[in-house]
Design a protein around this ligand. Structure first.
Ligand SMILES: [Zn+2]
Length: 177
């Protein structure tokens, strides 16, 4: 979303590129979820692009990436936000820690304070999810991807013995982000 804060942090190229690639990664996961039943997906973004681990086929993953970028450029910015993003987890963890620290900090850790701190941390965990979605929207992703385009797409197959199945690794490099 274009806000003064977003415009400010986007002046740093490495941040802007990472935010746009992260939005692209989320959009690809959303599109892939429509193609693959019981999709399992996990991704990570960088200034250069993103990597998506998934249990679809190579074609499904690569098509999803192409369609996702088209959709973002067509204005479907809601695709940039993903409920399973690590941002939500980190936001929740930071908030709960902060609340616990505030309730306990500087006071003697008597049972009453501990009780209040735990209640506060539970409340923080509930608040963390919607807050995390906002942090995604305003900080860790940018659904307005500008002129960004796909520079290359590649899919590898990996065996994950602990999960007893094969996964695809989709490598997407972007340019003009
Ligand atoms: Zn994410």
């Amino acid at each position: 979303m274009s806000t003064p804060f977003s415009n400010l942090i986007n002046r740093v190229a490495v941040i802007r590129k990472t935010r746009r690639n992260h939005a692209f990664e989320h959009a690809t996961a959303h599109v892939l979820a429509r193609k693959v039943r019981a999709l399992r997906v996990s991704g990570v973004s960088s200034p250069f692009g993103f990597v998506l681990l998934h249990n679809g086929t190579a074609e499904q993953g690569e098509q999803a990436a192409q369609e996702a970028l088209e959709a973002l450029k067509g204005g479907k910015k809601q695709l940039a936000i993903h409920p399973d993003c690590g941002t939500n987890l980190v936001t929740t963890g930071v908030l709960a820690t902060l609340v616990g620290w505030i309730f306990l900090g500087g006071r003697r850790a008597n049972p009453r304070n501990l009780h209040r701190a735990l209640l506060g941390m539970i409340a923080a965990i509930y608040a963390g999810y919607p807050l995390g979605m906002k942090v995604q929207e305003h900080v860790t992703t940018d659904g307005e991807v500008g002129e960004m385009e796909i520079a290359s797409l590649r899919t590898d197959t990996v065996n994950l013995p602990m999960w007893k199945r094969k996964f695809k690794v989709l490598w997407v490099r972007t340019q003009k982000a």
